[in-house]
Write a protein of this length. Sequence first.
Length: 132
Amino acid sequence: MAGTFKFELVSPERILMSVDAQQVIVPGAEGQFTVLQGHAPVISTLLPGVIHVTTEEFKKTIFVRSGFAEVTADQLTILAERAFIVDEVDPRHLDDELEAAQQALDSADTDDARLHVTRAIEQLKALIGEAA
């Protein structure tokens, strides 16, 4: 059995998830990274993207617009500007997020910003396809 660590995902509205996780894949600013028990300490900003959470009981997919991740040897805390658990959301909400991302793409003023928003749009389209 894989070791576990405490994972908390906090949004301005509420604590979205607080579980003992085996693995969490995070869309960090320097690239996607996987957190396991005993991970080296790190703090990272988050890009728009998908967080994959694996516990002994379930696997969940979470969309996060932006935020920060703090990793210690026994805990991962994500503070998200906006996040939602994909299988708990109305598919129309995904459409609203896609529309907001497309508007953000129209107003993006750097290549880096356009790249990040384009990535979020691709992931949202994939999530919408899964939800259909």
